[in-house]
Design a protein around this ligand. Sequence first.
Ligand code: DXP
Ligand SMILES: NCC(=O)COP(=O)(O)O
Length: 267
Amino acid sequence: MMASHRTALSVNVNKVALLRNSRHLGIPSVVRAATLCLQAGAHGITVHPRPDQRHIRPADVFDIGTLLRDWPGREFNIEGNPFHNLLEVARDVVARGLPLHQLTFVPDDVGQFTSDHGWRFPEDAERLRPVIAQAQALGARVSLFMDPEPAQMAAARAVGADRIELYTEPYAAAWAEPGARAAQLQRYRAAAHAALAAGLGVNAGHDLNRDNLTDFLRAVPGVAEVSIGHALTADALELGFPAAVRAYLACIEAAHQATTADPLESA
Ligand SMILES: CC(=O)[C@@H](O)[C@H](O)COP(=O)(O)O
Ligand SMILES: NCC(=O)COP(=O)(O)O
């Protein structure tokens, strides 16, 4: 299957903040890292200001918002749990006149190791509906972090979400084994079709990397944005941020070339 549009790359700079927070010296700078990513062609910056402030802190959110004010056309995506601190931070961003394009709602517990599941319907429907409306009133697009389950997508739309973000860790974990990879890609393809049919935009993220990204985008239709942090930052330790971003942009570009094999047809 040929993807019919380009996918945006939003670089998640959480792990730069994690390293910075291990000393009181202010290095490495998340703003510097974000600047290098934007200069290299990243379409946006993602942050996940967790309540425990282990990596991105509110001040980082405001600093990156200030940076993005000078990069029109590049997007700011802030992730988090709307029942913890996310909306408070988002209101502060807007009150400061800073850009805010997308809020990605993630159902993480306070102190959770990392994100590991999506919202569930009908269980989460009634509590999500008002916070989605509040976020949209701030001018943000709302994306819901979701497991790749086609039957859940219409419900995500019904509570007012604009997009969903497919939680890609199960795909990433399966990628090295061809049969498991193909089975996962079928799941994600079906979930994306269901989301698009429901009128949702489709984002994707978690453990995407230079090995697995092209196959994913080649097999899964209509992915508007991937947010990538952990693996890209690890690559940047070796290559530097500009070269790492360019390498991920090349993976995205390859997925959009007719010459790239469909991983499901060649499985
Ligand atoms: C929603 C999502 O997948 C990302 O937020 C990812 O979990 C990164 O968070 P950490 O960098 O804290 O692991
Ligand atoms: N939404 C996913 C994200 O921002 C980054 O996830 P990861 O690449 O750090 O696993």
